[in-house]
Design a protein around this ligand. Sequence first.
Ligand SMILES: [Zn+2]
Length: 201
Amino acid sequence: MSFLASVGFFFFGVSLGTVLPRFPFLLMSRTRGFNTNFPPHPEPVPLSPHLTQRVLHMRMFYWLSFIVVLLPLSLGLASVRWGNAAFGFGLWTSSCWLILNRLQYFVGGMPPPWTTEMAVELQVIADKAELSGGCCNWTSPYWKVTGIYCVNCSARLSPMARPDLGRKRSERRPLGFLRLLLSDGYPIMAANDVDIATEEE
Ligand SMILES: [Zn+2]
């Protein structure tokens, strides 16, 4: 097999190993039926039990990739052993990278885009707003890209940036898909997002 073909197979393996374990977070919950309780992306999301639950679901999809990654890992092993070695190495490279990348959290690295603490904070802010002892008499907290704000008096209730919430993205399909893949669910403050955020404030 030519060198060029091997390189091609290697990168095909890398891409497959990158996309495959992220399927739960990339695809599940993106259909319209799943998002009837939320305004369309990228609009701010009102705090509610639905939102808290969504954060916990996204967290589950995130850790689910640890199970799904076994697929490209074993496929890679089989390829190295019996099939196309370059393809197998590609699969292994991206799968091991994903595992290392996610494990670094346990040794003090960056936390995942969705955590239980995040869900708790959302619920605490929502409960506080219900009691209306917060910023104003009609506190209604919304999660914008740059943090949680009261839409009534525009007070900032939390600086917590909004990660991807599994809604169908407003960009066209390949672009939204690529953006999700690159950001891995973390909040992205691209130029147009910041524009939206400041317009709303
Ligand atoms: Zn307020």
